[in-house]
Design a protein around this ligand. Structure first.
Ligand SMILES: *Cc1c(COP(=O)(O)O)cnc(C)c1O
Length: 400
């Protein structure tokens, strides 16, 4: 086993070698330990392992597995987190982080603009168990200041929101939350583990849907919760291992291979996203081109500070012609696929109002900026010129 946690490697080296554990065969590529259980040499050894499980010891795949541990160590090394727990999906990570932390009577402040399933956990599940949730406009620090209270146990937000791409100031919200002793839980999917340094900026807990950029090739579901060793092993692990949301070893292996290339992929995708946003800005069919990397984005100064100027791999286009134009635009695209994932090698176009955010009442859609003409565009690895040509012909072809 390599212990890479204390190494001085830079990110790209960590992404290739971090957390690698080699078996006695000395394999180059990470092994898939597709096993649910582990054999003990003796009854005494089994007893000892249940009393205390060492770092290179395993009991049952719901508790941990060598391939899953490699993934956890690699992503923790990249993120600068003490530890990580890998989960079956991004939602298992969001639910695990919040539910393991909170109890009846606790207060949570959350940003209003969230992925639909995150909203469901906050509004429909946590409240059912007696947690009080206050939601705020995440970009307005005054609202965070006004909402936190001495009994606020956690704050939760997406550092870049889906699908309107608002960017939230991690350091400033963390300062407000820490002043009342609240834990800062950040869903960091859109910022990506490559561009974001959320833990260094003050986040206590970072969650990812690994389904997105970490896989990056549309294959498996996965997620991860990152934080201090105390939080991950003391709070998250007992909850996750008894409730069954652990990552499968096969998916962990797929995600390990995804981490090897994530930096190259998301940098290329962000570069293409900026080129597309720049090319489409001011197109007569568009009311707005939303991309955090554009100088005219409301939080562009924050993007410079928080994300090294990288605007991410997703842009949103608001078509003047509403739903009819948005549908005509989607149907006229020849390269991107119509789907609802993001961060994939293949460009993906989504109509949030009728798919990912369909469940929301109309007034909430309006409040969140999810207009009938809004199209979310996840930029893939295709040639930028081909994408710009295809998006332009599809815009020219649609009404409005
Ligand atoms: C996709 C996504 C999730 C959920 O991830 P799954 O892997 O689909 O469960 C959570 N938060 C954000 C911001 C997402 O984009």
């Amino acid at each position: 086993m390599n212990d890479t946690k204390d190494s001085n490697w830079n990110s790209r080296t960590k992404l290739v070698h971090g957390g690698t554990r080699r078996s006695q065969w000395g394999e180059v590529s990470e092994a898939i330990f597709l096993t649910q259980g582990f054999v003990y040499d003796s009854a005494e050894q089994a007893e000892a392992r249940f009393i205390e499980t060492g770092p290179d010891e395993f009991i049952y795949a719901r508790y941990g597995n060598p391939t899953v541990a490699m993934f956890e160590e690699r992503i923790a090394a990249l993120e600068g987190a003490e530890d990580a727990f890998a989960t079956a999906s991004g939602m298992a990570a969001v639910n695990g982080a919040l539910t393991s932390l909170l109890k009846a009577g606790d207060h949570v402040v959350s940003a209003r603009a969230l992925f639909g399933s995150c909203l469901y956990i906050l509004e429909n599940i946590l409240t059912r168990f007696g947690v009080e949730v206050t939601s705020v406009d995440g970009t307005d620090l005054e609202q965070w200041r006004a909402a936190v209270r001495p009994d606020t146990k956690a704050v939760f937000f997406e550092s870049m929101s889906n699908p309107t791409l608002e960017v939230i100031d991690v350091a400033a919200v963390a300062e407000i939350a820490h002043a009342v002793g609240a834990t800062v839980v950040v869903d960091n999917v859109f910022s990506t583990p490559v561009f974001s340094d959320a833990i260094a900026q003050g986040a206590d807990v970072v969650v990812y849907s690994a389904t997105k950029h970490i896989d990056g090739q549309g294959r498996v579901l996965g997620g991860v919760i990152l934080g201090t060793r105390d939080f991950i092993r003391g709070t998250v692990e007992p909850y996750m291992k008894h409730t069954g949301g652990s990552l499968s070893p096969f998916n962990a292996w797929t995600l390990l291979k995804g981490l090897e290339t994530i930096s190259l992929r998301v940098n290329a995708q962000a570069e293409t996203a900026l080129q597309i946003a720049t090319a489409l800005q001011g197109h007569p069919k568009l009311a707005r081109t939303i991309y955090p990397g554009l100088a005219d984005h409301a939080q562009n100064a924050l993007v410079q500070r928080q994300l090294g100027g990288k605007g991410g791999t997703v842009l949103s286009l608001d078509l003047k012609g509403g739903k009819e134009a948005a549908f005509a635009f989607l149907n006229a695209l020849t390269i991107p696929v119509i789907s609802n994932n993001l961060g994939d090698a293949k460009s993906i176009a989504t109509h949030p109002a009728t798919t990912t955010h369909q469940r929301l009442p109309d007034d909430q859609k309006v409040a969140l900026g999810i207009t009938p003409g809004l199209v979310r565009f996840s930029v893939g690895l295709e040639d930028p010129e081909d994408l710009i040509a295809d998006l332009t012909q599809a815009l020219d072809a649609c009404g409005g």
